[in-house]
Write a protein that binds this ligand. Sequence first.
Ligand SMILES: [Zn+2]
Length: 111
Amino acid sequence: MSDQCPVCGKGSLRTKKVREELFGVDLGTFEAEVCDACGETFFPAASVDRIQARAKELGLWGLATKVKVTRSGNSLVVRIPSSLAKYLKLKSGQEVLVAPEKNNRLVLELA
Ligand SMILES: [Zn+2]
């Protein structure tokens, strides 16, 4: 018997292999329970551990971090942690394009 989906309460959960990605990088496929009605995906603890291990292997773990905005003259400064700069091969003095995007996002495009 399959379990009922805790999100929509209508569908049943089926075991499937689900492809997971982080920051646009493919991490591989992992076993998950997927609702056949709403499509919600639930990863069991074992899969979560494997996803985390793979993300660490690829140097992707911890790249998304909270940073504080500071002031410099009339401008605001956002610090880019060294691990993220290294991952992006971003160097001091390099020119980048900064632009707003919907959903409260700020895009920084590397040339
Ligand atoms: Zn559902």
